[in-house]
Write a protein that binds this ligand. Structure first.
Ligand code: NAP
Length: 428
């Protein structure tokens, strides 16, 4: 005798936009496969929108509703794809309190209010999954949270924002100025009309906070992440990088050493031979170093409706399987309490580019300033140009505090005309 069919899992979608509309489409197109993988059917019971009278292509109008609380109250699985803090937060908390499992792609919400949401999921004994919140289609949350749960993650270096990677890549490959590259990104749909969240590193900082929390088993808040955007990077910086065998990337960096963690987002010089240097266009990649696993690299589409929908549906299948079998996935792991270092205490390498008078004795005077702050010089590269010379000094690892004091002094010695840029060096 065949088993009686299980009750379908009621799925609510909040926000059928770029990602949500693809999730709706894939849930319908692959309904039989998904049912076979979960063990019961996934049935869309409603789609929450601001205005339910506006028709949405590919969505049965009868499913549209502008009553979010009523919809989440009758769902087993709530997929939040609205973005922003409210009403997403209130609806997710209501869904969890009602015992529903939640899947979200909302990095801004998780970075700002993750602890409250995870506690609500724990209190309700249900799942809160968020693979799509970091690097779109790339599986990185589950590998760090589950596959590496037995290892010690030491460092994560990630290109986690496609817009900034596109802009920097265009500057590198085609010699474009920053403003031209941003405008081009906007015209091609890689950048928003207001690109601030991307180019100033806010989006990457939210993802860095999420990744660091997972990697180091402790809560890392958005405020713990040091952040610098790419707005100050010039075509001349890109050329100077190339002449040193490097490329400039906006990196999200999370590292742990000597019982402390540091999390930061800033432009960095990466050797042209490093795997991250080969990440072009709007692609994302995350380089993970773990004590036993060694170096791992995750690469793929970091955004886009369809790629991101893949990550969302992976989570939907996971939480639906848990519901079908009566279990739940891993809880938030936050037992560790390493200190989170301020940027002043972070050690890294630096390239300081300056213009200096083209006369004897300049180099030794500049070297004295570095020595006075115990910042050790690794290489010096000099270029002459009509009376002034360009000087690029690359340092050994030094604390940010000492490098900042060095640069401050350099600005006041007559052996230096101008300090043009200071860019951190990573990945060596
Ligand atoms: N797009 C990507 O490539 C990508 C990649 C990774 C993660 N994400 C994340 O995925 C989420 C969704 O992004 P998206 O690009 O799909 O956004 P989107 O295209 O702007 O879609 C947002 C949807 O949510 C609805 N919505 C927004 N505010 C609402 C409110 N107050 N009440 C009811 N409905 C509301 C919108 O409805 P209306 O149509 O009525 O405005 C729209 O359908 C965000 O958290 C984003 O960070 C996106």
């Amino acid at each position: 005798m065949s088993e009686p069919a299980k009750r379908p899992i009621a799925v609510a979608i909040l926000g059928p936009g770029t990602v949500g509309s693809q999730v709706v489409r894939l849930l319908a197109e692959h309904a039989d496969d998904l049912a076979a993988r979960v063990g019961t059917r996934l049935e869309i019971v409603g789609v929450y929108v601001r205005d339910a009278l506006v028709a949405r292509e590919g969505i049965n109008p009868a499913l549209l509703t502008d009553d979010g609380p009523e919809l989440v109250a009758r769902a087993d699985v709530v997929i939040e794809l609205m973005g922003g803090i409210e009403p997403a937060k209130t609806l997710i908390l209501a869904a969890l309190a009602g015992g529903a499992s939640v899947v979200t792609a909302n990095k801004a919400l998780l970075a700002a209010h993750g602890p409250e949401l995870f506690e609500a999921a724990d209190a309700a004994g249900t799942d809160l999954y968020f693979e799509a919140a970091v690097a779109g289609a790339i599986p990185i949350v589950r590998p760090v949270r589950e596959s590496l749960a037995g290892d010690q993650v030491q460092r994560i270096l990630g290109i986690v924002n496609g817009t900034t990677n596109y802009v920097l890549d265009e500057m590198t490959q085609r010699g474009l100025d920053y403003e031209v590259a941003v405008k081009q990104a906007q015209e091609l749909g890689y950048a928003e009309a207001d690109p601030t969240a991307d180019v100033e590193g806010f989006d990457a900082a939210a993802k860095a906070a999420i990744l660091a929390s997972l990697a180091f088993h402790q809560r890392v808040a958005l405020d713990d992440v040091y952040r610098e955007g790419i707005g100050a990077i010039t075509a001349a910086d890109v050329i100077a990088a190339r002449e040193s065998g490097q490329v400039i990337k906006l990196l999200a960096i999370a590292e742990k050493a000597d019982g402390a963690v540091a999390v930061r987002v800033h432009p960095a010089l990466v050797p042209a031979t490093h795997p991250l240097a080969g990440v072009h266009g709007a692609f994302n990649a995350i380089f993970v170093e773990a004590a036993a696993a060694g170096q791992l690299m995750f690469y793929g589409a970091g955004a886009g409706g369809l790629p991101t929908a893949s990550a969302v549906l992976g989570d939907v299948v996971s939480v639906a399987r848990h519901r079908a079998s009566g279990g739940r996935g891993p809880r938030e792991s936050n037992y560790a309490d390493n200190a989170v270092l301020p940027i002043d205490d972070v050690f890294t390498r630096y390239a300081v580019r300056m213009s200096v008078p083209d006369r004897p004795g300049v180099l030794s005077r500049v070297a004295e300033v570095f020595a006075a702050h115990k910042v050790s010089i690794e290489t010096v590269r000099q270029t002459a140009d009509r009376g002034t010379a360009g000087l690029v000094i690359s340092t050994h690892r030094a604390p940010e505090r000492d490098l900042a004091a060095t640069v401050e002094d350099l600005r006041h010695v007559d052996a230096v005309v101008d300090v043009i840029s200071v860019i951190r060096i990573e990945g060596e």
